[in-house]
Design a protein around this ligand. Structure first.
Ligand SMILES: *Cc1c(COP(=O)(O)O)cnc(C)c1O
Length: 294
């Protein structure tokens, strides 16, 4: 039996650093929205190469609050892949909008640009179509070049679901920087996982970051003054401090995961199992991602 994941083994070498971070927060006695959270936001924004990062309570809330910050709500339609974790679609429903499901590409397991185009064509004239939520499944970037071009051609916003893709890049550019905003999850089993729940929104749009900051904390623009409705969804200081430790190891961890995945891929080649293939190799192999444009 090969364990799918062994978090104890993953955390053991980091324990001294994690315990030091924990002690720092206990001693500092600031537990919600303090220096650790701000430092993590700055670090993640720098790693991604975007202007803003906003820590929230979970990946689900990162998606939900980002959708709300993009002004998506009742009456709107949002396109997302039929194959993903459930939150990609349910967060769209939570805003009052309607998810419109498109197929994935059979080689990459991510949103098929061809299916996206076909769905948009089939819904022509439906002004309710407002945004696309591509998902970077299993750490693999969706075909962002094609998806963002199709979205731009059709006046649609793009929110990247990066919950499984911390540190992933496409063409040298980090995921989370292609769309209007992106949502990350820090659930313990993700590539960058906290010791509890957590999430984060990145965006280069100041207005989206500002709106997310207000809605994550009771709708406060000024303390104790709720001039709009908000939730309580804040990344706490303990998780932020622990995540700052893990973030320093993300690049090396991802490299090791790629090596292990490569080993599985070569041993399973020619078997009945289909592993998700990187976009570039699948494009070479089958042309599956090519979009025929007139
Ligand atoms: C985990 C996950 C989420 C939700 O994140 P939580 O932190 O568990 O709320 C959303 N989308 C995808 C693709 C995920 O894998």
């Amino acid at each position: 039996m090969i364990p799918f994941l062994d978090l104890r083994r993953q955390h053991a070498p980091l324990k001294p650093e994690l315990m030091a971070a924990l002690a720092r927060v206990v001693d500092g006695s600031q537990f919600v929205l303090g220096g650790e959270g701000r430092a993590l936001e700055t670090d993640v924004a720098a790693v991604c190469g975007v202007a803003h990062a906003v820590g929230v309570g979970s990946g689900t809330d990162a998606l939900r609050l980002a959708l709300t910050a993009l002004d998506i709500g009742a009456g709107d339609e949002v396109i997302t892949p039929a194959f993903s974790f459930v939150a990609s679609a349910t967060t769209i429903m939570m805003t009052g909008a309607t998810p419109v499901l498109v197929d994935i590409d059979e080689s990459t397991f991510c949103m098929s640009p061809r299916s996206l185009e076909a769905t948009i064509a089939a819904t022509k004239g439906r002004l309710a179509l407002k945004a696309v939520v591509p998902v970077h499944l299993y750490g693999q970037p969706a075909d962002l070049t094609a998806i963002c071009r199709i979205a731009a051609d059709n006046g649609l916003l793009v929110l990247e679901d990066c919950a499984q893709a911390h540190g992933a890049a496409a063409g040298g550019r980090k995921v989370g920087t292609f769309g209007d905003a992106a949502a990350f999850s820090f659930y313990p089993t993700k590539n960058l996982g906290a010791l509890g729940d957590g999430g984060l929104i990145v965006t280069s749009r100041e207005d989206v970051a500002e709106e997310a900051r207000v809605t994550r904390e009771y709708g406060w623009r000024k303390r104790y003054i709720s001039d709009q409705v908000g939730v309580n969804s804040r990344l706490d200081e303990l998780q932020a401090a622990l995540l700052r430790v893990m973030l320093r190891h993300l690049e090396a961890d991802n490299e090791r995961r790629r090596r292990i995945a490569g080993r599985y891929a070569s041993r399973l080649a020619g078997s009945a199992f289909t592993l998700p293939a990187p976009i570039d190799s699948s494009r070479r192999r089958s042309g599956a991602h090519r979009i025929d444009r007139k």
